[in-house]
Design a protein around this ligand. Structure first.
Ligand SMILES: C[S@@+](CC[C@H](N)C(=O)[O-])C[C@H]1O[C@@H](n2cnc3c(N)ncnc32)[C@H](O)[C@@H]1O
Length: 213
């Protein structure tokens, strides 16, 4: 799975140097406002860096991981172009290798639908483990019912979220929900007939309980 995805994203990012745009998600803008300057931020599967580069520009120390070596190169180049020094990008497979560290904020946007619920739950658990007490997660996922879900021939094996599921998964672990929204969104990927793909997305900003880490 990871090998196919890596080639897919390498080709996609080579063709489109800003596939998901350069603006950070609203979720990430809200999350950044919660942090004090110089916070440690991890952008898991951060792609070409729209969120991680923004976090670094706002004064935080950012590490971005992505499976795509092209995304990592492009994010590094963009950091240099914008004169950002507190940004590191590394190629890696977070599903296979997991994460390590101690973070004030972990961002994970639009990754989990590529993997099984078991793999996703393992990653979320690990991300929760390596978040400091009172730290945050900014998570964006694709829900059931939208075009990606309907078109994915492996949808039954992949983790698409039911309404409320992401929020409830965090609540069940004792995390507080600082902000959440579920709403339709358009993907830059087109259907075979050229029409835009409409997904249903869930966004959660969750705060770790005291005593975490
Ligand atoms: C839909 S894109 C989202 C990129 C970025 N989070 C954003 O919102 O702009 C999904 C990203 O997940 C990355 N990815 C997929 N599987 C991964 C894995 N196992 N480890 C790290 N990155 C992965 C892909 O390379 C791709 O950049």
């Amino acid at each position: 799975m990871s090998g196919t995805l890596k080639s897919y994203y390498n080709e996609l990012y080579r063709e489109y140097p800003a596939r998901y745009g350069t603006d950070p998600l609203l979720l990430v803008q809200i999350a950044i406002k919660k942090l004090s300057r110089g916070s440690a931020v991890l952008d898991v599967a951060g792609g070409q860096g729209r969120n991680g580069l923004y976090a670094a520009e706002q004064g935080h120390d950012v590490v971005l991981y992505d499976l795509s070596s092209i995304a990592v190169e492009q994010a590094r180049d963009e950091a240099v172009r914008r004169g950002i020094s507190s940004f590191r990008a590394m190629q890696g497979d977070v599903i296979r290798d997991g994460i390590r560290g101690a973070y004030d904020l972990i961002i994970c946007a639009f990754l989990l639908h590529y993997y099984s619920r078991t793999s996703g739950e393992k990653l979320l658990k690990e991300m929760q483990k390596y978040t400091v007490a009172g730290g945050y997660h900014a998570i964006a996922v694709i829900m059931t019912g939208g075009d990606f879900y309907e078109m994915d021939t492996h949808a039954a094996d992949h983790w698409y979220f039911a309404p409320g599921e992401l929020k409830n998964a965090y609540k069940a672990k004792g995390w507080a929900i600082a902000w959440t929204i579920e709403l339709p969104g358009t993907s830059p990927t087109k259907k075979n007939d050229g029409s835009p793909i409409q997904n249903k997305n869930a966004f959660v900003l969750a705060q770790a309980p005291q005593g975490n880490f």
